[in-house]
Design a protein around this ligand. Sequence first.
Ligand SMILES: Nc1ncnc2c1ncn2[C@@H]1O[C@H](COP(=O)(O)OP(=O)(O)OP(=O)(O)O)[C@@H](O)[C@H]1O
Ligand SMILES: [Mg+2]
Length: 443
Amino acid sequence: MMVALRRLVPRGLLGRALLIILVPLVVVQVVALFLFYGSHLDVISRRLAAGVAGDVAMVVELLARNPRQEDRGWIFREAAWRLDLSLALEAQATLGPSANRGASLPLLPLEEDLAAAMRERVGLPFDTDWQSDPRSVIIRVQLPDGVLHVEAARKRLFSGTLYLFVIWVVGSSLLVFVVAGLFMKNQVRAVRRLAEAADAFGRGRDIGPMKPEGAAEARQAAIAFNAMQGRIRRFVESRTEMLAGISHDLRTPLTRLRLGLAMLPEAAHEDAQGMTQDVEEMERLIAAYLAFARGEGLEQAQPTDLVDLVGEVAAKARRDGAQVDVAAESQSLVMPLRADALRRCLGNLLDNARRHARRIAVGVARVPRGEAGAWAQVTVDDDGPGLAPEKREEAFRPFATFSAGGTGLGLAIARDIARAHGGDIVLEASPLGGLRARVRLPV
Ligand SMILES: Nc1ncnc2c1ncn2[C@@H]1O[C@H](COP(=O)(O)OP(=O)(O)OP(=O)(O)O)[C@@H](O)[C@H]1O
Ligand SMILES: [Mg+2]
């Protein structure tokens, strides 16, 4: 019951706001309409019917008391101009059984009211015909010597103001609804734009400050969003700068160290070889950080084909000696991406797989994502030893490494990049027997 009700209620703010306005409005108008019908309209209609029936009764009575042919003439004439009733007598005729022809007036109880008044005031068999003439109603009354035809103007029984009220009720409701709808639409647009801006910013797109619009609260939210955006951007910039600074400052002493090692006497060269390799490795890493900090940290998202990009990364891994299969669900999957950063992200995952396994399988697919659209999913599977479940989160920590020769930054950087796109990476058991890294990016 509640579930069905909840499904009926609109999800959007606009729909809900209009519902909040519409429901009380309709209730109030319906109550007003019922009160109006129940009392006012009923009373008026009954009084009008009683007036007509009373006139008919009067004529019937006059005819009964003045049965002569000449009297009938003046009675009919008087009725025509004083009571607005045109009369005719069909001598010796009798009324057929129930020849009533109903009124086609919606919403108004004229017919029943007239019939009731006739029964009460005239007390003779009768029928009514509302259909032969659109402007009048024909009442036929059974007299002892024939049938009396009475043609009464319909406006004697009916008041146009009755309809006016119905038009007013419906019209005013519609007007309120339309005006409220137009106003609410603007408010809702402000909220929707804010949501879109937050979403775009979360995916690493530089959207600039947004224009505050709409109601005070929506403006306030937009202003707060702009301030937050600024703070985050400054934070990212200062972090990037610091990283670049550290990498840069480390370079000089390392260069000096390498030169120092090269200057060692011949005899010590063999001992120094390991150290030289280490220093070179450090230089390589620092160059990579520097590139990452300078370039990819500031890279803008551009429409990029994810399937192409995965193909490139796989090709590079093959050149490095890996056996990589790529299976893409579709020919292309274009979405806004920071291509260089994402290449590094997937490159790190393939690099790990290559180091721990022999076979690598990469899959690209589009998977559903609740109500909010879809994920682009890249899975990197390998047939290596895998990683124990309790170590899988741990592996993402910077400098967490369980194997010799690694720095422990590969997964940390990869996750950083995925999250900057509004997505994430998780490690799972692979159907190939080793480890699966699953990258999800919002499309
Ligand atoms: N495909 C995999 N199979 C088994 N273990 C893995 C796999 N990928 C990562 N790991 C484990 O997770 C640890 C962390 O990986 P991460 O890529 O962060 O660092 P790393 O590979 O050690 O060093 P780096 O990538 O910086 O050279 C690795 O040391 C490794 O033990
Ligand atoms: Mg690694």
